[in-house]
Ligand binder design. Structure first.
Ligand SMILES: Nc1ncnc2c1ncn2[C@@H]1O[C@H](COP(=O)(O)OP(=O)(O)OP(=O)(O)O)[C@@H](O)[C@H]1O
Length: 299
């Protein structure tokens, strides 16, 4: 195990004990060997969440019952982005709760080394976990559906479509109220298809969803993953308590505002910046910036 990793882990254990962190979130993909991973997680009295982009990643055999796994979208993300997404997914899956203090260990993918320690407080991290994000999902939305939407949105934000940046807006959950405050801009391309053929959990739908991002308007997605419509113009009845930050235009405004009078969560991909913003109860609960520059895994 590299010197830096070993040193960070030693200090991380001490910090976690001193500050009363109950959860350790560890980006497992930066650790090269299973034996190293074993060494990192043995002798730890915390709840361990292993974060990985690798499909089908499993904890080492000895720790199967004590470690949870959170899957990240397989795209370049900043370290802060990795931590934000992992924490949100962990919260959606009820692996972390309001009041938890989380110690995060991360690093640059494929560097074989951890290089960053972060301590997060669920519920008081204003930027990330305000507005009840400790219980981040609407009651009718299943965690896999939210994770799938987050995945597709993150990929669209980073990769765009056929080399061009694209924007998109996904409104997930509380669909009756969302539909009542919106109308079709053009024909709904999902109309008439059986529900099992238009569920976002079906990987075959991914390309279709990305393709239709070129159409103006929002996707409305039921909590169980069925895509009810694309090209939906949102006409929310509510009003934002606070204006959105400068630079965010009508797509973000519509996404944020529909969450004021509904229980839905809105996931917005910015065409101009590639940032993915998540809104709930009229507030930005988390944004994931697209990595920039030559070091895409930088902070
Ligand atoms: N009320 C609405 N309902 C659904 N979609 C909307 C609504 N208003 C705008 N949009 C979508 O947002 C697009 C325009 O985005 P605009 O540039 O004004 O917003 P933005 O928040 O700055 O987003 P971006 O960062 O992607 O540019 C439209 O083409 C349309 O697809």
């Amino acid at each position: 195990m590299k010197l830096l990793t070993r040193s960070l882990v030693r200090h991380a254990h001490a910090i976690a004990r001193e500050v009363g962190a109950r959860v350790v979130l560890l980006h497992a993909d930066v650790v090269e060997e299973d034996a190293d991973l074993n060494a990192l997680i043995e002798d730890v009295n915390f709840r361990i969440i292993l974060v990985s982009r690798r499909c089908g990643f499993r904890p080492p055999d000895d720790y199967k019952d004590t470690c949870h796994v959170v899957q990240l979208p397989d795209i370049a993300m900043t370290r802060a982005g990795q931590v934000k997404v992992a924490t949100l997914v962990a919260a959606a899956e009820s692996l972390v709760h309001a009041g938890d203090r989380i110690l995060c260990l991360t690093g640059v993918d494929r560097s074989g080394s951890l290089d960053t320690i972060m301590v997060l407080d669920m519920g008081t991290e204003i930027e990330m976990f305000s507005a009840g994000a400790a219980d981040p999902l609407p009651p009718d939305v299943s965690p896999p559906v939210f994770e799938r939407v987050l995945n597709v949105a993150s990929e669209l934000g980073v990769e765009g479509r056929e080399g061009r940046p694209v924007g998109a807006l996904f409104v997930v959950g509380d669909c009756e109220r969302v539909l009542a405050q919106s109308h079709q801009l053009v024909f709904n391309p999902f109309h008439g298809y059986p529900e099992e053929q238009r569920n976002i959990l079906d990987p075959r739908l991914e390309e279709t969803i990305k393709e239709y991002s070129a159409i103006d308007g929002a996707y409305v997605i039921r909590g169980d993953g069925v895509v009810l419509c694309a090209a939906r113009y949102l006409a929310p009845r509510g009003k934002l308590e606070e204006p959105l930050s400068q630079g965010l235009g009508t797509r973000h405004e519509a996404g944020a505002t529909i969450t004021v009078t509904t229980e839905a969560i809105a996931v917005c991909v910015s065409q101009s910046t590639g940032t993915v913003s998540i809104f709930k109860r009229g507030r930005l609960i988390l944004d994931i910036q697209k990595p920039r520059g030559r070091n895409p895994d930088g902070l």
